[in-house]
Design a protein around this ligand. Structure first.
Ligand code: MMA
Ligand code: CA
Length: 236
């Protein structure tokens, strides 16, 4: 029994001894990684690498920012240029309803009410989308017809054997919309009899039907037709 206790004491001593020996051994101390970091040369190298990395990052960001800014200002400039389309020549009249104000339309455009109209004299047909784009390039849009008087004025200037796209299109199934966001008013529409008649015909033209007169017909947007552009009068 007594010899058993002695063995336990010896074992305990041995363990604590071996621990102490390990921590104090010079070989173990050399293995500690913290010893390497404390060298001033290594620290400096790490610092320089970090600085170079940061510099590279900053340069990358700067280049990306400059590229983005240049692209953005180019898009902005184009937008402004498109908005400020100034016609080279204007025809103006003194507006009786507005004192000291001149109401102007670009040369070759016809004035009526508060709008100017470009009626094609030659046959230059294009799809509905292309026609709207051509108007938009002139600072205008495909014609929006607000009243019978306006429709009569326009048709009075058109050729009976031609057809002309107007600024009306179908956004769904009979969801008619004007290009300038004027609300579609059923009571001021001038469809030919039995038109619109086809859900695949999503764009609208105006044409003359023999013995009937002028009216609207829905046709395919890819069809090529003449077109009428319209813009608000310019006040000077
Ligand atoms: C007919 C008539 C119109 C239709 C066109 C398509 C000539 O008119 O059915 O409603 O839009 O054909 O070409
Ligand atoms: Ca039709």
């Amino acid at each position: 029994m007594a010899s058993e206790i002695t063995y336990a004491e010896v074992k305990f001593k041995n363990e604590s001894n071996s621990l102490r020996t390990y921590s104090e051994s010079p070989a173990a101390s050399r293995e500690k990684p913290i010893h390497h970091l404390s060298k001033p040369g290594t620290l400096m190298l790490l610092f320089i690498s970090l600085m170079i990395l940061l510099l590279l990052l900053a340069i990358t960001f700067l280049v990306a920012f400059i590229t983005y800014f240049q692209k953005y200002s180019q898009v902005l400039e184009e937008k402004i240029a498109k908005k400020n389309i100034i016609p080279s020549e204007l025809n103006c009249v003194k507006d009786v309803s507005m004192m000291e104000v001149w109401s102007c339309c670009p040369k070759d455009w016809k004035p009526f009410g508060s709008y100017c109209y470009l009626i094609p004299t030659d046959t230059s047909s294009a799809s509905w989308n292309m026609s709207e784009e051509k108007c938009s390039d002139k600072g205008a849009h495909l014609v929006v017809i607000h009243s019978k008087e306006e429709q009569d004025f326009i048709t009075g200037t058109l050729r009976r054997n031609a057809a002309y796209f107007i600024g009306l299109w179908d956004t769904g199934h009979g969801q008619w919309r004007w290009v300038d966001q004027t609300p579609y008013n059923e009571s001021a529409t001038f469809w030919h009899q039995n038109e619109p008649n086809n859900d695949d015909e999503k764009c609208v033209m105006i044409n003359y039907r023999y013995n009937i007169g002028w009216g609207w017909n829905d046709i395919r947007c890819s069809d090529k037709q003449n077109s009428i552009c319209q813009m608000k009068k310019i006040h000077l």
